[in-house]
Ligand binder design. Structure first.
Ligand code: G3I
Length: 364
């Protein structure tokens, strides 16, 4: 059920538009409303619903591609550094910190009224070689992790909206992933990391983030049990990130909305943190239309769950997408094409945000 607060804001905004235009009788209210929204940005339309629309961002295009940066600033109300806050960038040598790339992105966000998702404090990937190649005792690794979290979350204290404190902790069958951290500290490394992050930045919203947890299944069940247990132990956790790396060839995750809602019902925020919808190339009009439908459905499901507060695309443009480099023969996963031209998925998102009440949810 949609709760009142999200839609109260929307209704108030619509009422103001209707009232404003009712003073000009030559324009019917409906035409006036659509005229008022014709040039609205994603971020404007989403803000009426209490949702941030975000994009991952990389430093190179942000610094070198003015057209890219302009769209990023105009259309999006949140950013997530794609690589610049990861351990291999931030702490390339033990105890030596490199915050400059992330700082540049945070500054851009502040200049454009955007919030920042910090990504990430603890992961098994993109670790520096001094760490993966070192021979540390378990006690030393626990201390290294604690120091890293305090250094990074402390550096960005007060500037981060949501931190992905632990990234991708689970296997596909729902078991805990075997990593340098789980092996050294045991399963409690997740609770420890959340507690340390909370001490370092008490106001940041603390998240666990993972992929293939969008539909209901063993992995999302395990994430649900994990965060429920953390809540019961009063471990500081505020939300769960659903990466949502989808592909047209895979179909839509089953019971997506219901899955988001059960996490929300635990008292957690839920965020769509890394959405992209890839396809097997070449691009066709039919595939672009199908892709637009998937983006629409995810946005509708986010709108339907009051605690879904963020819809972040993993790079808004195909020009800088990670997909072609990782999945041979696939791509075109984002909402702007390689020439920064909006795709049908972009129009679909604008439409879903403009007409949230009239759209019906359906499972694929
Ligand atoms: O920075 C080096 C550069 O010095 C070197 O010359 C070049 C040669 O390959 O590599 C560069 O590093 C690359 C890095 O991105 C920065 O561009 C790595 O090879 C490349 O593997 C890395 O890929 C990133 C990937 O995470 C690594 O796991 C992608 O950009 C990034 O989009 C992706 O993001 C992840 C999220 O963090 C977590 N969820 C899944 C998502 C997609 O895999």
């Amino acid at each position: 059920m949609r709760t009142t607060s999200r839609f109260a804001g929307l209704l108030a905004a619509m009422l103001m538009v209707v009232l404003a235009f009712s003073l000009a009788p030559s324009h019917p209210a409906s035409a006036a409303t659509s005229a008022a929204h014709r040039d609205a940005s994603l971020r404007q339309l989403a803000s009426r619903l209490g949702i941030r629309v975000g994009s991952a961002v990389s430093l190179s295009p942000l610094s070198n591609d003015a057209a890219y940066a302009q769209i990023l600033g105009q259309q999006f109300s949140a950013i997530t550094p794609e690589n610049e806050m990861k351990w291999d960038t931030v702490e390339p040598q033990q105890g030596v910190f490199n915050f400059a790339p992330g700082d540049t992105e945070v500054k851009f966000a502040q200049q454009h009224g955007q919030l920042v998702r910090g990504h990430n404090l603890v992961w098994h990937s993109q670790l520096p070689s001094w760490l993966t190649g070192g021979s540390f005792t378990n006690e030393q690794l626990a201390d290294i992790l604690k120091q890293h979290i305090f250094a990074e979350a402390g550096h960005y204290r007060g500037k981060i909206w949501q931190w992905d404190v632990v990234n991708e902790p689970l296997n596909e069958d729902g078991s805990l992933r075997s990593t340098i951290w789980s092996n050294a500290l045991g399963p409690d490394y997740i609770a420890d990391a959340l507690r340390w992050a909370h001490q370092a930045d008490p106001h940041a919203k603390l998240f666990l983030n993972d992929f293939n947890i969008e539909g209901i299944g063993p992995k999302s069940d395990a994430m649900f049990a994990l965060v429920k247990s953390l809540k019961e132990q009063h471990v500081p956790i505020d939300g769960v990130g659903f990466e949502t790396h989808l592909g047209l060839q895979f179909g839509f995750p089953s019971m997506f909305k219901e899955n988001l809602q059960r996490f929300a019902d635990l008292g957690l925020d839920v965020s769509i943190t890394e959405i992209d919808v890839r396809m097997i190339l070449p691009v066709t009009p039919e595939l672009l239309a199908a892709q637009a439908d998937v983006y629409t459905q995810v946005m509708q499901d986010c709108i339907a769950v009051r605690r879904c507060v963020d819809f972040t695309i993993w790079e808004y443009t195909d020009k800088y997408s990670w997909i072609p480099g990782f999945f041979t023969g696939q791509g075109a996963a984002d909402i702007y094409d390689e020439n920064l031209v909006p795709k049908p998925a972009n129009a679909a998102l604008l439409d879903a945000l403009q007409h949230p009440v009239s759209h019906q949810h359906h499972n694929g």
